[in-house]
Design a protein around this ligand. Sequence first.
Ligand code: TMP
Ligand code: ASP
Length: 244
Amino acid sequence: MDYKDGAIEKREQLYEGKAKKVYATNDERFYIVSYKDDATAFNGQKKGTIVGKGVVNNRMSNFMMRLLEQEGVPTHFVEQLSDRETVVHRVEIVPLEVIVRNIAAGSLSQRLGLEEGTPLSCPVLEFCYKNDDLGDPMINNFHIYAMQLATREELAQIEEYAFKVNAFLQKRCAMAGVTLVDFKIEFGRDLSGRIILADEISPDTCRFWDSETGEKLDKDRFRRNLGGVEDAYAEIRRRLMGEE
Ligand code: TMP
Ligand code: ASP
């Protein structure tokens, strides 16, 4: 890839999501994402701000994606421009939330009546259809084929990458005294049609529990009004990235 350091300039805003903005650039192969401190939960019904969240999420996503590339998972990451802004490969997002769970929590606990914290005997892969109007309903692979959200080949690739991301993140978390409960990732098709990891990997999109105390070090502190949200983001940044 002939990406030249410093040669990418921000152009018009293409999209504003709940946590990020996406900009076109002077090069059609690249976008710039900008991470906000805005926080929402329950499909946007709860709104707030987590001071400094955009910085943590930008830096942590880039940190993890750089390492995942070395593990054989292609990602959209190109270059971090600043604390909140990153150059990424332009992709068309596959409209799926890909969730991997190691321990029962959140909506799985509610749906299946499993107490939060119950270990799952093997990782569970779930898909939700990314559609805010419908509240991101859970779907299975047959819905995905029938609605032509992804081909069989693409979904096989997505599954392989999702489990690789899980194995990598579990290992990384264990080194830092953190239990990876579950997480959500998204994939995109790059300009050549290849499936690559996109969106973010952050305390907004993962459940991280302190391995000793079980303390929540992620966005559940915001979702559930537990307090100490900023401190939890700072703590997980320090543990997983060694940054103060
Ligand atoms: P859930 O238990 O609420 O379904 O969440 C599973 C995981 O997905 C958890 O790590 C939080 C993450 N997640 C998102 O990143 N975005 C969302 O909109 C939701 C509902 C969950
Ligand atoms: N950010 C998501 C929303 O507002 C939900 C979540 O992360 O819990 O829909």
